[in-house]
Design a protein around this ligand. Structure first.
Ligand SMILES: [Zn+2]
Length: 191
């Protein structure tokens, strides 16, 4: 009798697991638009740069609205030394750190847009192409382009729509740290 109940339980658990598997493999589509609240209370001198970068991403994507200080999906910090970096806790959530020293060599707006790009699901692509936002510091200090390419922008749109297939699918874009100390050894000593 006991073993029969056990067999029934095993069958029930197996059935439930299979049902969950089907559900996870077919996520329902995300809502048409998503608001990402960014917080600039710790952004120091980079508040206006953060607002400009938010506008760039809002214009480049069709289903995202980055809005200032309505919440804290994304916290933006000013730091000094060590390079800028992004800590993504999940798609659309995390922290961005902008290095004031790096921002004296590289375009602050390009750095800001790039780091926000990580929060929005994009990886680094250090190939030296200034037309790409995620090429970062590999494009050199003379590259001031703060705009994502159409491919970069559409990838973000697809991630938030849950329709991206292949690498960096929605659901695969999780917690990750992106160090952007472009290039780490080239900061000249001050003085
Ligand atoms: Zn990066």
């Amino acid at each position: 009798m006991t073993s029969r109940i056990s067999r029934l339980l095993v069958a029930f658990v197996a059935t439930t697991g299979a049902t969950l598997g089907v559900t996870l493999a077919n996520p329902s589509p995300a809502s048409a638009a998503m608001t990402i609240c960014y917080n600039t209370s710790q952004a120091g001198s980079f508040v206006s740069v953060a607002n400009q970068a938010a506008s760039i991403w809002n214009n480049a994507t069709s289903n995202l609205t980055l809005t200032a200080n309505c919440g804290s999906n994304l916290r933006i910090y000013s730091i000094t030394g060590g390079g800028s970096y992004a800590v993504r806790t999940s798609l659309g959530n995390g922290r961005v750190y902008i290095d004031t020293q790096q921002a004296q060599q590289y375009s602050p707006l390009r750095i800001m847009s790039h780091e926000i790009g990580h929060i929005l699901g994009l990886p680094d692509n250090y190939n030296g192409n200034c037309a790409l936002l995620m090429s970062g510091g590999s494009a050199g200090t003379g590259c001031t382009n703060p705009y994502p390419s159409s491919a970069e922008a559409s990838r973000v749109t697809q991630l938030f729509a849950g329709t991206r297939v292949g690498p960096e699918r929605a659901g695969d874009v999780g917690s990750q740290i992106f160090p952007d100390s472009w290039p780490a050894t080239m900061l000249a000593p001050i003085g």
